[in-house]
Ligand binder design. Structure first.
Ligand code: GRF
Length: 196
């Protein structure tokens, strides 16, 4: 199978990005990272990507004020300029407009730190604790117009233990995210390849 040209969109630490870059070092992996893009120029993950020899771009959303589409127009043009075929959102903290989502529908996936459809949006771990859930986890899904609402590709769960805080739970979920995302991205690539 031909490797799909992958862009990873981040806003911060980039540990999920790192797990994708690591998986893609295998020449048999179905995606080839061609760009890491951040909406925050100070994202630590940009340094990690650069050190791994991956082209990086920073497009600061603050420059565009409230004009989300102007920001996204620039992101879209940068992705197309790099010949990107699939996007993995990895801790990308901007809500995307329907315009951008429709441009990339079926070509864009996201990782979310909850067992969707539970706990869409922010503060997922605290909300899982507050709800009295007995398990938590993470989901990789196709991105659709509704936030964290697209079709689920794959999930992993962990137990919630007595005495857990949002931090201890996050620390239990994160390694699962790092295992799940490369597998789910490979599944997404296979689904795209079927349609090519
Ligand atoms: C992860 O928990 C991811 O699920 C969420 O934001 C966090 C990003 O962490 N969307 P990192 O930047 O990948 O380390």
């Amino acid at each position: 199978m031909r490797r799909l040209r992958l862009a990873i969109l981040i806003s911060g630490r980039g540990s999920n990005m790192e797990s994708l870059l690591h998986a893609a070092r295998d020449p048999a992996y179905p995606a080839e990272p061609v760009l890491v893009l951040s909406n925050r120029p100070d994202a630590k993950g940009l340094l990690t990507a650069e050190a791994a020899g991956i082209p990086v771009a920073a497009i600061d959303h603050k420059t565009y004020g409230k004009d989300r589409e102007a920001f996204e127009y620039h992101v879209d043009a940068t992705l197309r300029g790099a010949g990107v075929e699939i996007i993995a959102l990895a801790g990308f903290m901007r809500v995307l407009t329907p315009w951008f989502v429709s441009r990339w529908e079926g070509r864009m996936i996201n990782i979310h730190p909850s067992l969707l459809p539970k706990h869409k949006g922010l503060d997922t771990h605290q909300r899982a604790l507050d709800a009295g859930d007995t398990e938590a986890g993470c989901s990789v899904h196709w991105v659709s117009a509704g936030v964290d609402e697209g079709e689920i590709i794959s999930q992993a769960s962990v137990p919630i233990l007595p005495g857990d805080t949002a931090d201890t739970l996050a620390a239990r979920v994160l390694p699962e995210e790092h295992k799940l995302y490369p597998k789910a991205l490979a599944l997404a690539c296979a689904q795209i390849a079927e349609k090519l």
